[in-house]
Design a protein around this ligand. Structure first.
Ligand code: GTP
Ligand code: MG
Length: 365
């Protein structure tokens, strides 16, 4: 990775000092940031022509592909296998949840937790900031965490409790979590754009965005702004996915729920943000309160079987329910909870769009 960092952005074909300065003004200071950018984003934010923007991203990606940091357009299954072999899994401290995730939260992927208020999304994020710091042999990622907090719900006291609960040194755990407090959607877009440098300088192995949609949802009101909002969310998701892949890090995002008026059976809620977020998340997990426990349901995954399981939130973080204290379903069974939640999330693109617009109408009224 350091080799790619050694290449100055001005060494790319077509990048002179003026372009370099322009890119830096938009938070893009490394080849890695540029490779993870989208053409539209550069055109919109840096006033570059479409052709220039396209060429810049292309050249940066080409360099990373040539040096083996990014997947080539055509790769052999063997190369993919080798790459996947470098993938790490971060424990959740809950055997049930680790089982549902086939071992834990994966690097090279974006894992989305969505659910109603109080369902445990932020608690899982805090928990993972601690877990990620464990050495790889102990189920961690052996690195630090970047917590992008858009709802002002990050609490160092919770981190201290969780670290203590696992016998870790509180001060060192706290100092290895870098928190970015975000106040508006442009600020979120900016930090996501400039993330490559932050990740490298701070030995980040886990990036958290809690939550991905709240600011855009609050700022882009009214039917007329829906496509602009979706385009911006798309750029953020695209960037997060690329960064996960380039740096072999885990990315966790949280998402809110919205009512799904077209659901006649099962749970009438689904993740907010429409197809843009759903398609870009590698794994989607729906969280629901279940009495004193929480239920986690695997909604979408290219490799995990559908299933659900229960966990609890305690002072010491996420853990399994006490023996006999509630249902502990095997993560591999398709329960009615999993299938009804899935049917709510799998409405056709047409109905999904319609319900996004109805969300829009509700929000703006
Ligand atoms: P929103 O951000 O509002 O959408 O919700 P969320 O899904 O992020 O909720 P969050 O993860 O913040 O969960 C809050 C819930 O976690 C609380 O209602 C408590 O039930 C539980 N919780 C938080 N801290 C503690 C704790 O120290 N001990 C215990 N036992 N439970 C806790
Ligand atoms: Mg929260």
């Amino acid at each position: 990775m350091s080799e790619a960092m050694e290449v100055d952005i001005a060494d790319l074909p077509g990048v002179g000092p003026a372009t370099k300065a322009k890119l830096e003004s938009g938070g893009i200071s490394t080849i890695l940031d540029l490779a993870a950018a989208t053409t539209n984003e550069l055109v919109d934010n840096l006033n570059l022509t479409e052709e220039t923007a396209h060429n810049l991203v292309f050249e940066a990606q080409k360099l990373l592909k040539d040096r083996g940091y990014l997947e080539k357009d055509l790769v052999s299954a063997q190369e993919l296998f080798t790459r996947r072999a470098k993938m790490l899994r971060c424990t959740t401290f809950s055997k049930n949840l680790d089982g549902l995730l086939a071992g834990g939260i994966e690097t090279q992927s974006v894992t989305e937790f969505y659910g109603e208020f109080g369902s445990g999304k932020t608690q899982i994020c805090h928990n993972e900031c601690v877990a990620a710091q464990l050495p790889v042999e102990q189920g961690g990622l052996g690195g630090n965490a970047l917590y992008i907090d858009t709802e002002s719900t990050f609490r160092p006291e919770r981190i201290a409790q969780i670290a203590k609960g696992h016998g870790m040194e509180v001060e060192s755990v706290l100092s290895n979590i870098h928190v970015a407090k975000i106040y508006n959607s442009s600020h979120l877009e900016l930090i996501v754009r400039a993330m490559g440098g932050l990740i490298q300088q701070n030995h980040i192995k886990l990036v958290i965005v809690d939550s991905i949609i709240s600011l855009h949802r609050a700022e882009f009101l009214g039917r007329g702004t829906l496509s602009e909002r979706q385009q911006k969310l798309n750029a953020i998701m695209h960037r997060l996915k690329r960064v996960a892949e380039i740096f072999n890090i885990a990315v966790i995002i949280t998402n809110q729920v919205q009512a799904s008026p077209d659901t006649f059976f099962g749970d009438p809620t689904k993740a907010a943000g429409g197809n843009i977020i759903g398609h870009a998340s590698t794994y989607r997990i729906y969280l629901r309160k279940a009495g004193q426990e929480r239920k986690a349901i695997m909604i979408d995954s290219p490799m995990h079987p559908y299933g659900d399981t229960n966990f609890v939130v305690t002072e010491g973080g996420i853990t399994d329910p006490a023996e006999g204290g509630g249902s502990k379903k095997s993560a591999n069974t398709t329960s009615s909870a999993a299938s009804s939640a899935r049917s709510a999330s799998k409405s056709s693109p047409k109905t999904q769009k319609a319900s996004e617009e109805s969300e829009e109408a509700t929000t703006s009224s």
